[in-house]
Ligand binder design. Structure first.
Ligand code: FAD
Length: 345
């Protein structure tokens, strides 16, 4: 019988990425219903030093595949390793980050083990109501209470669709980074390490990595940022991002944006926060000249502290803000940057 909630944890340059810890957090919540263990699957080379962290964030067991072929992400060796783990352990649920790595490896694994996959999910839960059970049962599911309901935006984000793949195992999903919350770190937590050998052959490494070149573009991984200063249409034009950048620099923050500015070509798409952009969960999110449309709020409402500046005191953004400043961003932001610099000096 299929058992266990598995999370494929991503690492880059030997460091576990946030999305993996978020998914372990979500797996611990599913565990409350499933009464089953949470397994973190860690693939890499010389990476055993990262294992304890996975216990600290909620993994009961870690399956470690340590091999030089897994140092950098390469499609074939990663696909083979995850496929072999599924064949050996028969997981009930398997989660991946909806990152470039997760989006590449998950569909290939699903195809090799002949199971379903729901991509880019933003919500996961077990079926609970009778109605849900009945719907599942009519799909031929042996035990509907173990069916995973996977929610994701559909039709360009205009509706949320809930999908299930209960007849084949594992039930697989990729989950958008930043959506799920990791659990509180507990350094006293311990777990069980399972070292798993994959019999790689030279044919598995069908790509030769000559050099890894880091993008010289300033990092824009908003999902990992602790502080974000975001600009919306209210900043007035592309030059408005100069004041946003100035405040962000003073704070040591990343720059974010609403979709309106991205669509207008004022800033790159990878800065967009919201339903069709990034879901962020920083310690501080500053919304400057952003109205607070539902699609924007969907991407930032999990922020620890939200401060908004808007000249309209009825702007919906104030409803999700801890601190609201009614005023003109063009007057407030330069003074704010100056004040932060003075305070830090
Ligand atoms: P506006 O709504 O035009 O708001 C500008 C705000 O600035 C206003 O509140 C105004 O009072 C204020 N303002 C104006 N001048 C000043 C000033 N000088 N000082 C201070 N305040 C000022 N949007 C996203 O952001 N992210 C998404 O991922 C996203 N996905 C979407 C998906 C779908 C399917 C759809 C239909 C829409 C999506 N949108 C998304 C768009 C969303 O509905 C809004 O249109 C968008 O968020 C508006 O951006 P904004 O707040 O910058 O602009």
């Amino acid at each position: 019988m299929s058992k266990g909630i598995y999370v494929v944890v991503e690492q880059r340059s030997g460091k576990v990425q946030n999305v993996g810890l978020e998914l372990i957090g979500e797996a611990t919540r599913l565990k409350a219903d499933l009464k089953d263990d949470v397994y973190a699957v860690l693939l890499g080379s010389d990476i055993e030093g990262e294992v304890d962290k996975l216990y600290h964030y909620g993994a009961d067991k870690v399956i470690l595949v340590d091999h030089p072929y897994l140092k950098e992400y390469v499609t074939e060796p990663y696909t083979k390793a995850v496929t072999e783990i599924i064949k050996a352990y028969d997981p009930e649920i398997m989660l991946f980050g909806a990152s470039s790595i997760g989006r590449d490896v998950a569909p290939r694994v699903a195809s090799r083990v002949r199971t379903g996959l729901v991509a880019d999910t933003t919500g996961l839960r077990m079926a609970k109501t009778q109605e849900e059970y009945d719907k599942e049962a009519s799909m031929g599911c042996a035990d509907p209470t173990r069916a995973l309901l996977m929610t994701r935006p559909a039709f360009g984000g205009n509706i949320m669709a809930t999908l299930m793949c209960p007849r084949t195992k594992p039930q697989m999903a990729t989950v958008r980074p930043g959506v799920m919350k990791r659990i509180e770190k507990d350094e006293t937590r311990k777990g069980e390490l399972i070292k798993f050998d994959v019999n790689f052959t030279e044919a598995d490494m069908n790509v030769e990595i000559l050099e890894v070149v880091k993008s010289d573009k300033k990092s824009v991984d908003l999902t990992e940022a602790k502080l974000i200063v975001s600009g919306g249409r209210g900043i007035g034009g592309p030059q408005g991002f100069d004041m946003i950048r100035d405040v962000a620099d003073a704070l040591g923050a990343e720059v974010g944006s609403s979709r309106a500015c991205v669509d207008a070509g004022w800033i790159e798409k990878d800065r967009q926060v919201g339903q069709t952009g990034k879901t962020v969960r920083p310690d501080l999110y500053m919304a400057c000249g952003i109205s607070g449309a539902i699609q924007h709020v969907a991407g930032m409402e999990g922020s620890e502290l939200v401060i908004s500046i808007n000249k309209n005191d009825t702007a919906p953004i104030f409803e999700v803000s801890d601190l609201g400043i009614v005023g003109d961003v063009k007057q407030i932001l330069p003074k704010l940057a100056e004040a932060i610099r003075k305070y830090k000096a």
